[in-house]
Ligand binder design. Sequence first.
Ligand code: RIB
Ligand code: CA
Length: 310
Amino acid sequence: MSRRPVWIDTDTGVDDALALLTALRLDNLDVVGVSAVCGNVPLDKSYRNARNVLFLGGREDIPVYPGAEKPMLLPLQTAENVHGVNGLGGVELPESPAPRETTKAWDAIYRCAKQYDGELELILLGPKTNVALALARYPSLSEYIKRIVFMGGANIGGNSTAVAEFNIYVDPHAAELIFRSGIPIVMCGLDVTEKAYLNHDEIQRIQSFDNPYGRFFRNSTKVTREFLARRGKDIFIPHDVCPILYEAMPNLFEGQIAGVHVETRGKITMGQTITDLYTDKKFEQRNVLVITNVDRQKFANILIALIENA
Ligand code: RIB
Ligand code: CA
């Protein structure tokens, strides 16, 4: 089976960590690099978490590069209420022995993209700041990136505001720059990630696995599940696993090509992703596959099996 080179950019919270561990278990993905960005938690924590989660997965050999400490223009907003103060629901993982990379994420992404000469795919799990800065610094980067698959946005709704999803809301300017880059994009927004949930029985099953992945899932997701339970939801939503499983198993998902813009000035609508899916007023640039559906049971069964056999 050919393994496709992928780069993962992450604001290493609880679902990011599960997404990273999932990526390491997929035979057709070759994770060649990881970069950390501010988002769920400040950069120093997302960087440390990315290193230590790769160590937990036995892949401390994968380099992790530090990226942006703040969004392009806005002040940083974080989400410790969902992910815990340390970003991993309070779980303290063993420190990775890997050397600490000093190259900045945007420089490392460009270097790697040139090395893979157009075959590198980016999977973005947090605010899009690092890749936006890379595109601003290296305009030719868009010629070397095969595709961007990301978690973020929503056709309808939001979780940071009524109309904005967190990854876009934190850095809407970065997201708009990505959408305008001309690079083919696959957008896994809330429309699909909120359908790709684990139910009570599936959560209990994963928590019963007596292995490092199962124990990490049980301990790290407690804060997030309590956050959801306070809202009457006895589920866990692994938002960031969606782009990872899309990358490896696209047939689990359904989507439609669209044009997408990001609101970067609205007082109420800041961070909203506006798509032209449900109107005949189509945008000029239509380079986004907006994912709208998933086979939830297959998604859950695959995730459970990957964790059980870790
Ligand atoms: O809105 C959910 C997204 O925001 C996920 O990527 C989660 O990790 C947070 O970054
Ligand atoms: Ca994330």
